[in-house]
Design a protein around this ligand. Structure first.
Ligand code: NDP
Ligand code: GDR
Length: 385
């Protein structure tokens, strides 16, 4: 493997995740040598980055994966020593808020102490003046609403084991910057989504269910708290901000957000509307349901190509399942992106409508392909979620 004199080297933890995939694409397009850390799993976990694979034997290979884990200091130290990165993007985390209530100790280890392991490895290797570090911090730090919109100076009040672990990671990043003069920065990113989003996060769960329901593969979407409000952007825009944060003259922390907040219920309505299905919500609390109010057949036909729907006007398509409620919830997130607008020159290109459109159409394409496979005699996992 050959790196040219000026070629920058990046190391991405969490490269197999949503953001890791988009960030890899971005850095490769800028001429970086990209190293990534992937976990050993019993099944392949690289589907989001398989299109970036390069033969490691090739002289011009600019993309290389290393087995590793945020819970293994020696492994992280070895990879950093071998790859000598100019920039490290720490995206690895157990990133599901609800699941963090089930595995709080692991979450603290991977998300909190994992960040310390990375910072300390850079310091012990004497690379603290060479290597810049981006820490994937989160709007979940704001938790219980103290003030809105939330900016870099808003007080934190984490509301989950995930958020508490990320709070440790946030402050240890600030501490290593102040104590050792490291170029270590937090991007406080609000929710960002895409067709690559994990299937159990709310937006992707919705766009997958909408696609399956309109294609006749699922009857009902079971949801948790429909009143939660999130500031949703597109991951493709947000990885640009990560890159920009590490290109500044001085290290600092930045909120990355759209400044617009939307209820989960409205996301569902917009996602169904993308396929011509119009919903109305009725009832209160756990009794609330989403009912199919009308169908715009022109849109439905354009999107689906056939009019043999298994659902009818009046059908209940959305129900509440308390299993999806969280022991402590984050009710309202709305970010103030002024600092990133002014200092990074960062502005998102996507809005909520274009994000939802891309996600819904991508999932419809995926499930249409599954249907074709099924019809050709292949077995495909299409059970309801
Ligand atoms: P994903 O859940 O899609 O990806 C997480 C990545 O971390 C995966 O590559 C996963 O590997 C890896 N990972 C998990 N645990 C470990 C571990 N112990 N050691 C090594 N790798 C591990 O998350 P996103 O891409 O959405 O988010 C990226 C980062 O940004 C995360 O840290 C997340 O907490 C944070 N964040 C995300 C936001 C969002 O809205 N998406 C908003 C704010 C912050 P595998 O593929 O094997 O599971
Ligand atoms: P979040 O994302 O917790 O904000 O964390 P998620 O999409 O899981 O939930 C958003 C909101 O939707 C409500 N909700 C449901 N959520 C899920 N997953 N499933 C449901 O059925 C459901 N019904 C309602 C939730 O209660 C919540 O209020 C994401 C992750 O990417 C974190 O890693 C990241 O740090 C933050 O975004 C910013």
């Amino acid at each position: 493997m050959k790196t040219t004199n000026k070629q920058k080297i990046a190391l991405i933890t969490g490269i197999t995740g949503q953001d890791g995939a988009y960030l890899s694409e971005l850095l490769l397009s800028k001429g970086y040598m990209v190293h990534g850390i992937k976990r050993r799993t019993s099944l392949f976990n690289t589907s989001r980055i398989d299109h970036l694979y390069q033969d490691p034997h090739s002289e011009n290979c600019n993309f290389k994966l290393h087995f590793g884990d945020m819970t293994d200091s020696m492994n992280l130290t070895k990879i950093i020593m071998e790859t000598q990165p100019d920039e490290i993007y720490n995206l690895a985390a157990m990133s599901h808020v609800k699941v963090s209530f089930d595995i709080p100790e692991y979450t603290a280890n991977a998300d909190g102490i994992g960040t310390l392991r990375l910072l300390e490895a850079v310091r012990l290797l004497g690379m603290e003046k060479k290597t810049k570090i981006y820490q994937a911090s989160t709007s979940e730090l704001y938790g219980l609403v103290q003030a809105v919109p939330q900016s870099e100076t808003t007080a934190f009040y984490p509301r989950s084991p995930y958020a508490v672990a990320k709070m440790y990671a946030y402050w240890i990043t600030v501490n290593y910057r102040e104590a050792y003069g490291m170029f270590a920065c937090n991007g406080i990113l609000f929710n960002h989504e895409s067709p690559l989003r994990g299937e159990t996060f709310v937006t992707r769960k919705i766009t997958r269910a909408v696609s399956k329901i309109v294609l006749g593969l699922q009857s009902v979407l079971y949801m948790g708290n429909l009143n939660a409000r999130r500031d949703w952007g597109h991951a493709k825009d947000y990885v640009e901000a990560m890159y920009l944060i590490l290109q500044q003259d001085k290290p600092s922390d930045f909120v990355i957000a759209t400044g617009i907040t939307t209820k989960v219920r409205d996301f569902i309505t917009l996602a169904f509307a993308e396929t011509g299905f119009h919903l109305r919500f009725e009832g209160e609390g756990v009794e609330e349901v989403g009912v199919l109010d009308s169908i715009d057949y022109e849109i439905a036909e354009a999107v689906l190509g056939a009019l043999q729907f298994k659902v009818e006007v009046g059908d209940v398509l959305v129900k509440i399942d308390e299993a999806y409620f969280r022991p402590t919830e984050v009710d309202l997130l709305i970010g103030d992106p002024s600092k990133s607008n002014n200092e990074l020159g960062w502005y998102p290109k996507y809005n909520l409508e274009s994000l939802i459109k891309e996600m819904v159409h991508s999932d419809i394409t995926l499930f249409k392909r599954d249907i074709e496979l099924l019809n050709s005699g292949f077995s495909v996992l299409l059970q309801e979620e």
